[in-house]
Write a protein that binds this ligand. Structure first.
Ligand SMILES: Nc1nc2c(ncn2[C@@H]2O[C@H](COP(=O)(O)OP(=O)(O)OP(=O)(O)O)[C@@H](O)[C@H]2O)c(=O)[nH]1
Ligand SMILES: [Mg+2]
Length: 666
């Protein structure tokens, strides 16, 4: 049988789904995390019956009306796929809002079992809910659950009730028969009646104790952390701490051990191959595959520590406050506060971040968010950041922090530009972010997030990155006649001849050599490739020093191999971070934007932004540090002038459109 999990956003559907099925779908301490339905079998130890039960996790919805697109996923699933039963997850700390949706679900005729979730929180707050009476008033079973608990969580009872109600016809305590659903006014009126009905139920079954003490503490914390101005420096400090722990303290400590192991694998493979194997093959295996993949894998501990910390921040409720702080700026540039959640998710991986834009109703806001989310430094970009911070800036945590904030600044600027180009400056957004309560973050959840990120990273390193490194190594070893390139004429290799024309374009940015161009290009396949390719083209097998607990104490020698000034290195880092994301993320942009013009416009914008930022960093930085402009200033200036000119032209045209539309409405 099939059972659907439906309920309000953030009520704990996915947590319950994971507990029921043993899966590890993404959970978040805010609304709008799940954007697509997910299926899984209910575990045998919870299901004592002999029928197999498939659970379907759905996006959260506040009502059955097709309001935002995930709400229509939810209502169309429940209406069309005809599940045998519905588990309605009700957030017991927010009974009156949740039951609105419950009364609508009950009208479908499909048997409903209510999971009164987060009952640990109501107990803690001494809110008493009369479960039996609630069950009677609704006309369906009500089971208290704590889906975050491993045991004593009510799940077994819940499933046995689901099996029990199968095949029954649900009756509804409140009926919308006879209401004209296509007429907005009558629907609104009816919703009001429904709400009164729900209020009546809540008044009967719920007995709340007001614990003002806890409430005031939370309010004080909010007044500081979510403060208009204070919130920003606090956030900057928090992010700085995250980068310094993950990239200069705890991360390198673990990385060191890992790199020791990778070195052993290298030595072992070298011994196994012996003298008889051809040197070309040996080089591909050792330097191309083990060296290149190892260079990327060495950063795994840094990434895992970073995600562990970010998960803690999110789980304790802090990230939702950050969203509130940012909301103000986002609204000014025509985005809604809803755009922030995709961006925060995007710091893990851009793809789920872009997919999370689906919860945004306004089309322009949704497309703009999908186009700007990749500017956040995702997990794959972290090795690149860590590498450059280590080689050129002595592991400074400010490098990562400033890339993070620069990403945010670019997003705000980008949104401003887009809203002008589309001429929708008059559209105002009204979104109120709901704040979850502060709580002690769960280490278990943070470890799960960390492990699943780590696993994804290892899989990527063993597949895409391994393959790219091998191909890059081959292309570097051979020329177009398939002869081994001899020393001194490396620029005749296949790789060099492909990358060289692109390198010319990069001269004004300070890094116009084919090796760096090749690494930037492979970065579009996966951003970790930037590190892997640099390792291969410069013949560096690992970037992490095993003698000292730091990334790259031999950084200077690596820096001199690359032949970059630190200003040019910073420009190169920015270029890799702020040009378009990997192809997979561009694919996600395509499916969320559903519009070719927006997609290509977005990718062009990302290229333009990366180019302009790198150009300004390199030229201004060189001017400040050496007193003279960098190479290729004039051609670069012409290119950048062309990019900025195009954007300004489009903005002026958009402005005219805006004036016209206001003129019509006036
Ligand atoms: N204390 C407590 N917290 C819970 C419980 N169930 C879920 N949570 C927390 O509630 C938050 C939301 O959980 P999710 O499972 O992502 O909620 P969801 O309903 O899937 O949300 P959307 O996908 O956004 O609609 C997470 O921070 C969970 O850890 C519970 O029984 N008790
Ligand atoms: Mg969910």
């Amino acid at each position: 049988m099939k059972v659907a999990l439906a309920g309000n956003p953030n009520s704990g559907k996915t947590t319950l789904f994971n507990a029921l099925t043993g899966k590890a779908e993404q959970v978040g301490n805010w609304a709008g995390v799940t954007v697509d339905k997910k299926e899984g079998e209910i575990k045998k130890n919870l299901n004592t019956s002999n029928v197999q039960i498939t659970a379907v996790d759905l996006p959260g919805a506040y009502s059955m009306s097709p309001f935002t697109s995930e709400e229509s996923i939810t209502s169309s699933f429940v209406k069309n796929e005809n599940p045998d039963a519905i588990i309605n997850i009700v957030d017991s700390t927010n009974l009156s809002r949740s039951l609105f949706f419950t009364t609508q679900l009950l009208e479908l005729g499909i048997p409903v079992v209510v999971a009164l979730n987060k009952s640990d929180l109501t107990k803690k707050r001494q809110t008493a809910i009369d479960v039996n009476q609630l069950s009677e008033l609704l006309g369906c079973p009500v089971i208290e659950t704590v889906s975050t608990n491993g045991t004593d969580n009510g799940l077994e009872t819940l499933i046995s009730k689901v099996v029990e109600v199968k095949g029954q016809t649900q009756t509804a305590p409140f009926n919308s028969k006879g209401v004209n659903m296509s007429d907005k006014k009558s629907v609104d009126e009816f919703d009001k009646k429904r709400y009164d009905f729900v209020k009546g139920i809540v008044a009967k079954v719920e007995d709340r104790k007001v614990i003002s003490n806890v409430q005031t503490k939370q309010d004080v914390a909010d007044r500081i952390l979510a403060h208009k101005w204070l919130g920003i420096p606090i956030f900057a400090l928090v992010i700085y701490a995250v980068f310094s722990i993950s990239q200069t303290h705890l991360g390198p400590l673990f990385a060191d051990t890992l790199v020791g192991w990778i070195d052993e694998v290298y030595a072992w493979a070298e011994g196994m191959l012996g003298e008889d194997v051809s040197p070309v093959l040996t080089a591909i295996l050792l330097d191309g595959i083990i060296g290149g993949v190892g260079a990327v894998l060495g950063f795994l501990p840094l990434i895992m520590v970073l995600f562990f910390l970010l998960a803690l921040l999110e789980d304790c409720g802090y990230m939702a406050r950050v969203a509130v702080v940012m909301d103000r700026f986002f609204k000014k540039v025509g985005l809604s506060g809803r755009s922030i959640i995709p961006m925060i998710i995007g710091t893990g991986c851009g793809i789920p971040g872009i997919m999370a834009t689906r919860t945004i109703k306004n089309e322009r806001q949704r497309r703009t968010t999908a186009m700007l989310t990749p500017f956040m430094p995702c997990g794959a970009k972290l090795p690149v950041i860590a590498l450059f911070a280590a080689v050129f800036f002595e592991d400074a945590a400010w490098v990562g922090t400033s890339m993070y904030f620069l990403g945010i600044a670019i997003i705000i600027l980008g949104a401003l530009i887009v809203v002008r180009i589309t001429g929708e400056t008059h559209v105002k957004s009204f979104f109120i972010m709901e704040l979850p309560e502060y709580r002690i973050p769960s280490l278990k959840r943070a470890v799960i997030t960390m492990l699943s990120r780590g696993k994804a990273f290892i899989i990527k390193a063993g597949t895409i990155i391994l393959l790219t490194n091998a191909v890059v190594h081959l292309m570097q070893t051979f020329n177009w006649q398939f002869e081994v390139v001899s020393e001194g004429v490396e620029s005749s290799s296949i790789l060099a001849s492909i990358a060289s024309p692109f390198a010319i374009l990069l001269i004004p940015l300070g890094f116009g050599v084919w090796q760096l161009a090749a690494a930037a290009i492979t970065g579009f396949i996966a951003k970790e490739n930037v590190v892997g390719t640099l390792a291969v083209v410069y013949g560096i097998t690992n970037f992490i020093d095993t003698e000292e607990f730091v990334l790259l104490s031999g950084g200077e020698s690596v820096a001199s191999v690359m032949g970059l000034t630190s200003v040019a290195a910073l420009a190169y880092l920015m270029f890799n971070l702020f040009t378009p994301p990997c192809f997979a993320a561009i694919g996600a942009m395509n499916s969320e934007m559903e519009n070719r013009k927006w997609l290509w416009g977005g990718v062009a914008f990302q290229f333009g932004m990366g180019y302009v930022v790198a150009f300004m960093t390199y030229q201004l930085g060189t001017l400040v540090t050496t007193g003279a402009l960098g190479v290729g200033f004039l051609p670069g200036l012409i290119a950048v002038g062309g990019i900025i000119g195009t954007v300004v032209y489009l903005m002026i045209k958009g402005n005219e459109k805006a004036d016209q539309s206001i003129g019509i409405s006036a």
